[in-house]
Design a protein around this ligand. Structure first.
Ligand SMILES: N[C@@H](CCC[C@H](N)C(=O)O)C(=O)O
Length: 286
């Protein structure tokens, strides 16, 4: 069976998108592993299915490179909005998309029938994202207190970590040393599989920059290092506000390896604004 797909990216976080509004896609977990492979597949950080919804304009499902399903994806949801608008499936600049972490509302900036940027109400940030193993063998876990600037031993050194859930779990680390110099291929998995995070974790490494901006690198659970993470940028901005590095109610620019996102945090919600780009369209044998 041959299916059309669209390759899209948000700040270089690239996924293979399938329109499932009329026809479901079987076995997306295995397909994500096969198609995301950059040498023998199409290449991407995972796949995204655009599905019908009973409660919103559409429903998004996203799968990481390793086939695990993510509950939310900030970069993908902007691309889904662009796809729905430009394909005519949802010809409105305001739309809602159902995800595994709830319904998110989008506002699209458009010109000449094309979407130039998307603002997403990412909902409220939650703070208790980490869990403590109950016994030494690691059987059973219980939620712990909010983690804000807590010391954590990883790979032989101590990091101050702040845990924020944006519908998916994040661990944010602020560093003075240049994050470009970090050996993320070594450090990333040590955070991802740390016993404090039994569901694994997405980790953001951030440098405060002059002017209240931040440089960020990310190690995503299930996909490894990616060029950007929308939920991660939101979590980093919230962590910056919580630790006094940025101000609530102001725009915070996050500079990622593949582009920039603007995040605005309030007590009620976190707003993310950024671009969405179509790379190419094709067909693939399933
Ligand atoms: N790249 C994403 C997040 C994707 C899901 C994540 N790896 C998870 O499993 O939680 C984003 O832009 O938010």
């Amino acid at each position: 069976m041959v299916r059309p797909f669209v390759k899209m990216h948000g700040c270089g976080n690239d996924y293979i998108y399938f329109d499932c509004l009329r026809e479901p896609l079987p076995n997306p977990e295995a397909l994500s592993v096969r198609l995301s492979e950059r040498h023998f597949g199409i290449g991407g950080d995972g796949i995204v299915l655009i599905c019908p919804s009973h409660t919103a304009d559409a429903r998004m499902r996203m799968f990481n490179l390793d086939g695990s399903e993510g509950k939310m994806c900030g970069n993908a949801i902007r691309c889904v909005g662009k796809y729905l608008y430009e394909s005519g499936a949802v010809p409105r600049e305001e739309m809602s998309i159902e995800t595994l972490s709830g319904i998110r509302r989008l506002h699209l900036a458009t010109a000449g029938g094309e979407v130039s940027s998307v603002r997403v109400d990412m909902g409220r940030a939650e703070l208790a994202a980490a869990h403590i193993p109950v016994d030494a063998a690691g059987f059973g876990v219980e939620p712990c207190e909010p983690v804000i600037g807590r010391p954590l031993q990883v790979g032989g050194r101590e990091f101050a970590v702040t845990c924020v859930s944006m519908g998916n779990p994040h661990c944010v680390v602020f560093l003075e040393e240049d994050v470009d110099a970090l050996d993320l291929a070594r450090l990333g998995p040590l955070f991802e599989f740390h016993p404090l995070f039994p569901d694994r974790i997405n980790t953001e490494f951030c440098n405060p920059l002059p002017g209240g901006e931040f440089k960020m690198r990310v190690w995503e659970r299930g996909s490894g290092e990616t060029l950007a993470c929308g939920t991660g940028a939101c979590a980093s901005a919230v962590a910056a506000c919580l630790t006094g590095r940025a101000e609530w109610g102001h725009d915070i620019k996050i500079r990622l390896r593949g582009g920039e996102l603007t995040i605005h945090c309030t007590d009620e919600a976190v707003y993310m604004t950024g671009g969405a780009t179509t790379v190419f369209k094709g067909e693939v044998e399933l």
